[in-house]
Design a protein around this ligand. Structure first.
Ligand code: GLU
Length: 307
């Protein structure tokens, strides 16, 4: 049976932007009576904080955003990802990349040819065997890149419409051996039977890369609905330092989970300002066609808790 999912990285408490995305992902699934899965994307060991598996699950549950099955953790599936990476290596679809972080930054910030800002122009794609062994001798641990599509890949996003982008050579295994996001996210969505990925629209531009991963692995990709981000008053991404942004922060201002959910719903046109709601009530009110298309910029009064 098709399913939806929320896939947070357990690096901190969820803030209201994360919670709004989770609410939408949950609603898209539950309005169809579909299963909803919770998957922890915890491969980036340096930024994971162990207590946040629990705080994130707790905060979702407190809002009534329930899930089916046990939450999964990507760290428990390393053998599976590594087997897929070996398969791509054997099919000669990958190459080692010896670029340092700085070299990648320089190359992706001043791209030329068909590449846009942030895309890797394939510097290490054409290294000869001798050049590779010279780099190995310098002791540089390589990352592994998947050869890109060399053409634009497009898809029709359920919320953003048609979107396409050139697919550069994405890292699928980091230099420390960790399987990388663009690979594992697609592999897991397909393995878990996700038919609709609902996530924040800062990932819209990564989607063609993930569709390319699906194509080379012969996987049927899910559909996508990218939803608007929640921003700080400055227009930057929302962060902890911006004020009362987590459920716990809001509760310490005297709000209940129903108040927080009501606030999130009001920003989506699904509740009156100040109206407390339950997640179940929102299922009946949910109309994907009526969702706002612009990012939500929080105001400082809300973040200070003075509203
Ligand atoms: N783990 C990613 C994040 O927390 C989400 C990835 C996704 O939904 O595809 O931003």
């Amino acid at each position: 049976m098709p399913a939806g999912r929320y896939a947070p990285s357990p690096t901190g408490r969820l803030h209201v932007g994360n919670l709004r995305t989770a609410l939408l992902a949950w609603l898209y699934a539950r309005v169809d009576n579909s299963p909803f899965l919770l998957r922890f994307e915890d491969l980036d060991e340096a930024s994971v904080r162990a207590e946040h598996y629990q705080t994130q699950a707790h905060d979702l549950a407190a809002l009534g955003l329930d899930w089916d099955n046990e939450p999964t953790r990507q760290t428990e599936r390393l053998d599976y990802y590594n087997a897929i990476i070996e398969q791509l290596i054997r099919a000669d679809l990958t190459y080692p990349c010896y670029c340092s972080r700085r070299e990648v930054r320089e190359a992706t910030q001043a791209p030329n040819g068909p590449w846009s800002h942030g895309q890797y122009p394939g510097t290490c794609r054409t290294l000869t065997a001798a050049e590779r062994s010279a780099k190995e001798d310098e002791g540089r641990p390589p990352s592994l890149r998947l050869r890109g599509a060399d053409e634009a890949i497009g898809f029709t996003d359920l919320r953003c419409g048609y979107h396409e982008g050139m697919v550069d050579d994405a890292v699928i295994r980091r230099f420390d051996g960790t399987p990388a996001y663009n690979l594992v996210v697609m592999v897991d969505d397909v393995a878990q039977g996700i038919d609709l990925v609902v996530r924040a629209d800062d990932l819209l531009d990564s989607t063609p890369r993930q569709l390319h991963v699906a194509a080379v692995l012969g996987l049927e990709p899910p559909a996508f609905a990218h939803v608007p981000l929640v921003l700080a008053p400055s227009g930057d991404r929302l962060a902890k330092r911006d004020g009362a942004v987590t459920l716990a922060d809001r509760q310490s201002l005297g709000e209940t989970p129903a108040d927080v959910l009501g606030y999130l719903a009001s920003t989506l046109g699904m509740a009156e300002p100040g109206e407390p709601v339950t997640a179940r009530q929102l299922v009946d009110r949910f109309d994907p066609a009526g969702l706002p298309t612009d990012p939500l910029t929080l105001d400082s009064v809300y973040l200070a808790g003075d509203d």
